[in-house]
Design a binder for this molecule. Sequence first.
Ligand code: PLP
Length: 411
Amino acid sequence: MTLGTHGEAGLERGRVDLQRYGHALMGTYGEPMRVLARGEGSWVWDADGNRYLDLLGGIAVNALGHAHPAWVAAIAHQAATLAQASNFFATEPQIRLAERLLELAHAPHGSRVFLCNSGTEANEAAFKMARKTGKRTVIALEGGFHGRSMGALSMTHKDAIRAPFAPLLDTVVFVPRDDEAALRAAATEHAADLAAIIVEPIQGESGVRPLAQGFLAAARELTRRYDALLIMDEVQTGVARTGAWFAHQLYGIQPDVMTLAKGLGGGFPVGAVLAFGERVGSLLAKGDHGTTFGGNALAAAAANATLDVIEAEHLLDHAKAVGEHLRAGLEALDGVVEVRGAGLMLGVGLAAPVSAQVAQAAVAAGFIVNPPSPDTIRLVPALTLTTAEADLFIAWMAEHGTRITTEGTTA
Ligand SMILES: Cc1ncc(COP(=O)(O)O)c(C=O)c1O
């Protein structure tokens, strides 16, 4: 199978569009790599007709791949029926989505859902729930990423994205990932004022790093002991990404609050907050929080279709199997030190800090991947990715990716 032409020569139309982009859009993302025109399954085409195997999936978003017929039909039907009604009114798709999420999360009686539009918004709501406990201190993790709005950014660790917006909320305390002693010390020090501990079960943006079982268990124990909320940010890990509906199920540890977005809408913007149990489910009361678009019928229909297809096509098992296949194929390569993660959320650890060069060469060769940290390539493709498609990337890594890594090691 050939992947088409991707060299500099094949990018004329895209170059013109990128100039227009540069003149019309803010520079928040730097210059985009390509202008993409359409997608189908795990494949996308750029404006010049070149084809790419999409192993980034809109950054863990396109759970069903691009343009899945059932998802397209559900959105088209809902758009032609009722798209947005305001939260002065309820709609059936919104109710069904909330019921479905509670069921998939095995949430106990009295649990409740708040629907929103993005990951950062979901974490803002979780943050406000923490405040509604009457306490203020939140413990977050080094390497954690929770979003770019001011509350979520306050819980995000990376200094480069925090510094320009200081001062942020100073009630957030950071501890190193997997440092149980530091976590216990911070929780004990702030015991009287501890509102929440927030974690990603597998940190995504800092390089696909799963938390140790014992560390997560300690977070659960401490939040119980000090009557604080355990918030799991499953914006990236949730909705079948890891081969389980939610990553906390892999650990067997239920949070008090779970935030979702990314894969939930299969490419349509939608986020959710699940509050486990009666007490947490009623922390945000009438007038405490809201959003115009949150839970609109169109977004809810997209999310319901996404959950339906995941179930009908057995994508939990599929993601697990293809993920294992990718892991085994990549782990066997020279220059790959380890493959971290679960299901189809994988971080390929390279022997040298050359992930940016590898990602760039991959795109030029027709594979979309991304480098979340200097020595990691992240793979978060559609959950429908086939083993044959996975093999194309393994073969490219074997021939080209690892050569870049070897040159980086000896440089
Ligand atoms: C774990 C996690 N939380 C929150 C966010 C923020 O989500 P959004 O970009 O939809 O605001 C992200 C985005 O990458 C994420 O990975």
